[in-house]
Design a protein around this ligand. Structure first.
Ligand SMILES: [Zn+2]
Ligand SMILES: [Zn+2]
Length: 133
């Protein structure tokens, strides 16, 4: 089962959890220093971005060349993140190379949810006997 990520603005599907590149925040000194500074050595540093392991077909090559990642929907065109061949640093302190970075707050996780079916009668009941009693 993989989660689907959609643009928060227009809900267009962007990528799935399969595309995510995992990185290890704990192995890095900078991350540890940051944690110590914040006083939670055992705490998990929240990453503010998703990193993809590869570019997606909807990504505009010209924009990528400029280091930009925008929503593929023209009417939306929301800024989703940034792209950097030489890599960039996650909020947890880890360097990710190359960096196909999507800001978490720009996307929503669309989990396959079990939709409760609400029965809506298409026609009003012929009689309202139960209400008149
Ligand atoms: Zn969008
Ligand atoms: Zn991180």
């Amino acid at each position: 089962m993989s989660d689907e990520f959609v643009c928060r603005m227009c809900r267009v599907p962007l990528f799935t959890s399969v595309d995510l590149m995992e990185h290890e925040p704990h192995q890095h000194r900078i991350a540890l220093r940051k944690k110590m500074k914040e006083g939670n050595i055992n705490g998990v540093v929240e990453c503010s971005s998703y990193f993809l392991s590869d570019t997606k077909e909807w990504m505009d090559e010209n924009l990528l060349a400029e280091g930009k990642l925008h929503c593929p929907k023209q009417k939306c065109n929301a800024r989703l993140g940034s792209f950097e061949w030489s890599g960039s640093q996650c909020s947890c302190g880890t360097w990710v190379t190359p960096s196909i970075q999507i800001t978490k707050s720009r996307v929503d996780i669309k989990r396959p949810i079990q939709v409760k079916v609400v029965y809506v009668p298409t026609e009003a009941p012929a009689t309202t006997a139960s209400e008149t009693s």
